[in-house]
Write a protein that binds this ligand. Structure first.
Ligand SMILES: [Zn+2]
Length: 222
């Protein structure tokens, strides 16, 4: 499958995934990214029929309200856990006090049309649990070509890195991470899926990422 990455300010990604019924948008990048995202869909000549959010951080939900206004019929999907963060409910569940909610959670006016859970399918995408960066982060595996939309479980700015430990080349995602040991477990579980391609929230798309992911996990646990 061709990959359709929309990058804002060289650092923040959203993706368009082609499906039979239209396009799935993965994440909405920063506020005021709606024009770039809508223009990318227009270039593909297909409507965005659903918006999937990997997690509720500002740089992933930023243009959600503007896109929902422009695309009122598009479904809006997020995990039940991060839906609470999207609604600015910052309470921690039992067991979550081991970490601290870090990074920007501005919330949004838009409510999900429904929540999604690991094991479900969204079109061709398999929904995967990817907690750690946020408590309810999700990743998505395209079952057609094993592209892994890994959200902020990995970033590839300055090289492939987990968000389990601050990476000096790009410390931001690790600094905004709720619980580093959980992020490391997620990075390991995602690696075990054997993705053919890694499509992160931050950084370029990496083909055949297996060895780089293994190295990143080793560095994240050191
Ligand atoms: Zn994030």
């Amino acid at each position: 499958m061709p990959i359709h990455q929309i990058t804002r300010f060289g650092l923040v990604n959203a993706y368009l995934v082609e499906e039979d019924d239209g396009l799935t948008l993965i994440d909405t990048a920063l506020p005021r990214s709606e024009k770039a995202i809508l223009a990318a869909a227009e270039r593909l000549g297909r409507p965005i029929v659903r918006i999937v959010l990997t997690h509720a951080h500002m740089d992933h939900i930023g243009a959600l309200d503007a896109l929902h206004a422009a695309l009122p019929d598009a479904e809006v999907l997020i995990s039940a856990r991060d839906a609470r963060l999207l609604a600015k409910d910052m309470t921690l569940d039992p067991g979550e006090e081991k970490g601290k909610l870090r990074g920007g959670y501005p919330g949004a006016e838009t409510r999900p049309t429904r929540t999604i859970a690991p094991g479900e399918r969204v079109g061709s995408l398999e929904v995967l649990a990817a907690p750690g960066h946020t408590p309810g982060q999700l990743a998505f595996l395209d079952t057609r070509d094993r592209t892994l939309y890994c959200a902020d479980a990995y970033a590839t700015v300055g090289g492939v890195a987990t968000t389990a430990k601050r990476y000096w080349r790009f410390p931001l995602p690790a600094s905004a991470t709720w619980h580093h040991p959980t992020a490391l477990e997620t990075a390991t579980a995602l690696r075990e899926l054997g993705p053919a391609r890694l499509a992160p929230g931050h950084g370029k798309v990496v083909e055949a990422p297996g060895a780089a992911m293994v190295k990143a996990i080793a560095r994240g646990s050191a």
